[in-house]
Design a protein around this ligand. Structure first.
Ligand code: SIN
Ligand code: FE2
Length: 216
Protein backbone atom coordinates (compact mmCIF):
# COMPACT_ATOMS: atom_id res chain seq x y z
CA UNK A 1 0.00 0.00 0.00
CA UNK A 2 1.20 3.48 -0.80
CA UNK A 3 2.04 5.25 2.44
CA UNK A 4 1.67 8.95 1.83
CA UNK A 5 3.36 9.77 5.13
CA UNK A 6 6.34 7.46 4.78
CA UNK A 7 8.54 10.38 3.76
CA UNK A 8 7.22 13.26 5.81
CA UNK A 9 7.04 16.32 3.62
CA UNK A 10 7.74 19.78 5.02
CA UNK A 11 5.03 21.99 6.48
CA UNK A 12 4.95 25.56 7.74
CA UNK A 13 4.08 26.92 11.18
CA UNK A 14 3.72 30.68 11.62
CA UNK A 15 5.71 31.90 14.63
CA UNK A 16 5.23 35.69 14.65
CA UNK A 17 4.77 38.54 12.20
CA UNK A 18 7.58 37.94 9.67
CA UNK A 19 8.66 34.65 11.29
CA UNK A 20 7.87 31.09 10.27
CA UNK A 21 9.05 27.56 11.05
CA UNK A 22 9.58 25.40 7.97
CA UNK A 23 9.30 21.99 9.55
CA UNK A 24 11.66 19.31 8.16
CA UNK A 25 12.57 21.62 5.29
CA UNK A 26 16.29 20.67 5.38
CA UNK A 27 15.83 17.00 6.14
CA UNK A 28 16.41 15.69 2.62
CA UNK A 29 19.77 17.53 2.52
CA UNK A 30 20.79 16.79 6.08
CA UNK A 31 23.49 14.24 5.39
CA UNK A 32 25.13 16.48 2.84
CA UNK A 33 24.91 19.49 5.17
CA UNK A 34 26.55 17.60 8.03
CA UNK A 35 29.34 16.39 5.77
CA UNK A 36 30.00 19.99 4.74
CA UNK A 37 29.95 21.16 8.38
CA UNK A 38 32.70 18.62 9.08
CA UNK A 39 34.72 19.89 6.12
CA UNK A 40 34.41 23.49 7.28
CA UNK A 41 35.47 22.45 10.78
CA UNK A 42 38.59 20.74 9.44
CA UNK A 43 39.76 24.14 8.17
CA UNK A 44 38.27 26.42 10.84
CA UNK A 45 37.75 24.31 13.96
CA UNK A 46 34.86 24.68 16.38
CA UNK A 47 35.86 26.83 19.35
CA UNK A 48 34.16 28.27 22.41
CA UNK A 49 34.32 32.02 22.00
CA UNK A 50 34.80 34.40 24.90
CA UNK A 51 32.39 37.32 25.19
CA UNK A 52 33.68 40.89 25.69
CA UNK A 53 32.65 40.45 29.34
CA UNK A 54 35.05 37.49 29.71
CA UNK A 55 32.44 34.73 29.70
CA UNK A 56 33.24 31.54 27.73
CA UNK A 57 30.21 30.57 25.66
CA UNK A 58 28.95 27.01 26.12
CA UNK A 59 28.14 26.67 22.40
CA UNK A 60 31.11 25.87 20.14
CA UNK A 61 31.18 27.93 16.94
CA UNK A 62 32.79 28.26 13.55
CA UNK A 63 31.81 30.05 10.34
CA UNK A 64 31.89 29.84 6.59
CA UNK A 65 31.32 32.43 3.90
CA UNK A 66 32.95 35.75 3.13
CA UNK A 67 32.69 36.87 6.73
CA UNK A 68 32.25 35.16 10.07
CA UNK A 69 30.75 36.21 13.38
CA UNK A 70 33.28 36.37 16.15
CA UNK A 71 34.11 38.07 19.43
CA UNK A 72 37.03 40.02 20.83
CA UNK A 73 37.61 41.98 24.01
CA UNK A 74 35.77 44.99 22.56
CA UNK A 75 32.61 43.35 21.24
CA UNK A 76 31.07 41.24 18.51
CA UNK A 77 32.05 41.61 14.89
CA UNK A 78 31.94 40.08 11.43
CA UNK A 79 35.47 39.41 10.27
CA UNK A 80 36.76 38.18 6.88
CA UNK A 81 39.46 36.20 8.71
CA UNK A 82 39.23 33.47 11.29
CA UNK A 83 41.13 34.84 14.32
CA UNK A 84 42.08 31.27 15.31
CA UNK A 85 43.82 30.33 12.05
CA UNK A 86 44.64 33.78 10.67
CA UNK A 87 43.19 32.65 7.34
CA UNK A 88 39.94 33.41 5.55
CA UNK A 89 36.90 31.47 6.71
CA UNK A 90 36.13 28.46 4.45
CA UNK A 91 33.89 29.25 1.48
CA UNK A 92 30.17 28.70 1.88
CA UNK A 93 29.34 25.24 0.47
CA UNK A 94 26.93 25.27 -2.44
CA UNK A 95 24.38 23.11 -0.62
CA UNK A 96 24.28 25.72 2.18
CA UNK A 97 23.53 28.52 -0.26
CA UNK A 98 20.90 26.50 -2.10
CA UNK A 99 19.13 25.67 1.13
CA UNK A 100 19.18 29.24 2.37
CA UNK A 101 17.82 30.50 -0.98
CA UNK A 102 15.02 27.95 -0.98
CA UNK A 103 14.11 28.55 2.68
CA UNK A 104 14.05 32.35 2.46
CA UNK A 105 11.85 32.14 -0.62
CA UNK A 106 9.51 29.61 0.98
CA UNK A 107 9.16 32.04 3.90
CA UNK A 108 8.27 34.88 1.54
CA UNK A 109 11.59 36.79 1.51
CA UNK A 110 13.00 37.63 -1.89
CA UNK A 111 16.59 38.37 -2.79
CA UNK A 112 18.18 37.21 0.49
CA UNK A 113 21.91 37.08 -0.21
CA UNK A 114 23.76 35.73 2.83
CA UNK A 115 27.52 36.23 2.90
CA UNK A 116 28.01 34.71 6.36
CA UNK A 117 26.99 31.44 7.96
CA UNK A 118 27.56 30.93 11.68
CA UNK A 119 27.73 27.25 12.63
CA UNK A 120 26.81 26.44 16.24
CA UNK A 121 27.49 23.11 17.92
CA UNK A 122 25.60 22.31 21.12
CA UNK A 123 26.77 19.50 23.37
CA UNK A 124 24.80 18.40 26.44
CA UNK A 125 23.98 21.42 28.59
CA UNK A 126 25.04 24.02 26.00
CA UNK A 127 22.67 26.96 25.64
CA UNK A 128 22.34 30.34 24.03
CA UNK A 129 20.95 33.03 26.31
CA UNK A 130 18.27 35.41 25.07
CA UNK A 131 19.73 37.84 22.55
CA UNK A 132 18.95 39.84 19.43
CA UNK A 133 20.78 39.33 16.13
CA UNK A 134 21.71 42.97 15.64
CA UNK A 135 25.31 43.01 14.43
CA UNK A 136 24.16 43.08 10.80
CA UNK A 137 23.95 46.54 9.20
CA UNK A 138 21.00 45.80 6.89
CA UNK A 139 18.02 44.74 8.97
CA UNK A 140 15.86 44.43 5.84
CA UNK A 141 17.48 41.03 5.32
CA UNK A 142 16.08 38.09 7.30
CA UNK A 143 17.86 35.40 9.32
CA UNK A 144 17.65 31.78 8.17
CA UNK A 145 18.34 29.20 10.89
CA UNK A 146 18.72 25.45 10.29
CA UNK A 147 18.58 22.79 13.01
CA UNK A 148 20.32 19.42 12.66
CA UNK A 149 20.62 16.46 15.01
CA UNK A 150 19.39 16.48 18.60
CA UNK A 151 16.26 18.53 19.35
CA UNK A 152 16.39 21.75 21.36
CA UNK A 153 13.91 24.22 22.80
CA UNK A 154 13.95 27.54 20.95
CA UNK A 155 12.63 30.60 22.75
CA UNK A 156 11.21 33.38 20.65
CA UNK A 157 10.08 36.59 22.33
CA UNK A 158 9.56 40.14 21.19
CA UNK A 159 11.44 43.41 20.85
CA UNK A 160 11.90 43.73 24.59
CA UNK A 161 13.94 41.27 26.63
CA UNK A 162 11.07 40.73 29.06
CA UNK A 163 8.35 40.23 26.41
CA UNK A 164 6.52 36.89 26.73
CA UNK A 165 8.38 33.97 25.19
CA UNK A 166 7.08 31.25 22.91
CA UNK A 167 8.86 27.94 23.38
CA UNK A 168 9.06 25.59 20.41
CA UNK A 169 10.98 22.37 19.97
CA UNK A 170 13.26 22.48 16.94
CA UNK A 171 14.06 19.11 15.44
CA UNK A 172 16.35 17.63 12.82
CA UNK A 173 15.78 19.45 9.52
CA UNK A 174 13.62 22.29 10.89
CA UNK A 175 14.32 25.75 9.48
CA UNK A 176 13.25 29.01 11.13
CA UNK A 177 13.18 32.22 9.11
CA UNK A 178 12.62 35.57 10.81
CA UNK A 179 12.68 39.08 9.41
CA UNK A 180 10.44 42.10 8.89
CA UNK A 181 8.56 42.97 12.08
CA UNK A 182 10.31 40.21 14.06
CA UNK A 183 13.84 40.71 12.73
CA UNK A 184 15.08 42.04 16.09
CA UNK A 185 13.03 39.76 18.33
CA UNK A 186 14.86 38.26 21.29
CA UNK A 187 15.53 34.53 20.99
CA UNK A 188 17.63 31.80 22.55
CA UNK A 189 18.15 28.08 23.10
CA UNK A 190 17.55 26.27 26.40
CA UNK A 191 20.25 23.89 27.68
CA UNK A 192 20.55 20.86 25.39
CA UNK A 193 19.22 17.65 26.88
CA UNK A 194 21.50 14.60 26.57
CA UNK A 195 20.63 12.19 23.81
CA UNK A 196 21.79 10.45 20.68
CA UNK A 197 20.82 11.25 17.11
CA UNK A 198 21.58 8.96 14.19
CA UNK A 199 22.83 11.85 12.05
CA UNK A 200 24.96 13.82 14.53
CA UNK A 201 25.62 11.61 17.55
CA UNK A 202 25.55 13.49 20.86
CA UNK A 203 25.21 17.01 19.48
CA UNK A 204 22.93 19.52 17.81
CA UNK A 205 24.15 21.73 14.98
CA UNK A 206 22.59 24.99 13.97
CA UNK A 207 23.41 27.04 10.90
CA UNK A 208 22.41 30.69 10.77
CA UNK A 209 22.66 32.53 7.51
CA UNK A 210 23.12 36.27 7.64
CA UNK A 211 23.75 39.10 5.25
CA UNK A 212 26.44 41.41 6.61
CA UNK A 213 26.59 43.92 3.75
CA UNK A 214 25.18 47.42 4.21
CA UNK A 215 22.43 47.36 1.59
CA UNK A 216 21.41 45.73 -1.63
C1 SIN B 1 21.21 31.76 17.10
O1 SIN B 1 20.41 32.42 17.72
O2 SIN B 1 22.17 32.28 16.53
C2 SIN B 1 21.09 30.24 17.02
C3 SIN B 1 19.78 29.69 17.39
C4 SIN B 1 19.77 28.18 17.34
O3 SIN B 1 20.75 27.54 17.69
O4 SIN B 1 18.73 27.60 16.96
FE1 FE2 C 1 20.63 34.55 17.23
Amino acid sequence: MLDLFADESPWQEPLADGAVILRRFARAQAENLIEQIERVAQQSPFRQMVTPGGYTMSVAMTNCGERGWTTNQHGYLYSPDDPLTGRRWPAMPQVFRQLSDAASQAAGYRGFAPDACLINRYAEGAKLSLHQDKDEPNLQQPIVSVSLGLPAVFQFGGLKRNDPLQRVMLEHGDVVVWGGASRLFFHGILPLKPGHHAATGEVRYNLTFRSTSKSE
